[in-house]
Ligand binder design. Sequence first.
Ligand code: SF4
Ligand code: SF4
Length: 83
Amino acid sequence: MLKVAKTPKKRIKGTIVIDRELCKGCKYCLAACPRGSIAVDEKFNSMGYFPVRFKHPEKCTGCAVCARMCPEIAIEVWKEEDD
Ligand code: SF4
Ligand code: SF4
């Protein structure tokens, strides 16, 4: 029987950068994130809103759903492959 060696799957790791001054705390990104990586910050910003923060970076896949949901364009997404 022919055996085929499996290539290990590379894990896609994501990271996001949230502009807390642009964020108005609508939580659309938090609700949309499939990995639960986003949470509300305890400190308000200069506009008086409680912005979101990147609470669980280890869970992020870089899917960019959060950035697509954000009406303020306050989220930047970066992706990299883990070796
Ligand atoms: S990129 Fe995807 S997994 Fe990462 S925080 Fe945004 S929605 Fe969540
Ligand atoms: S969707 Fe944008 S404005 Fe709304 S909470 Fe998330 S980062 Fe803030």
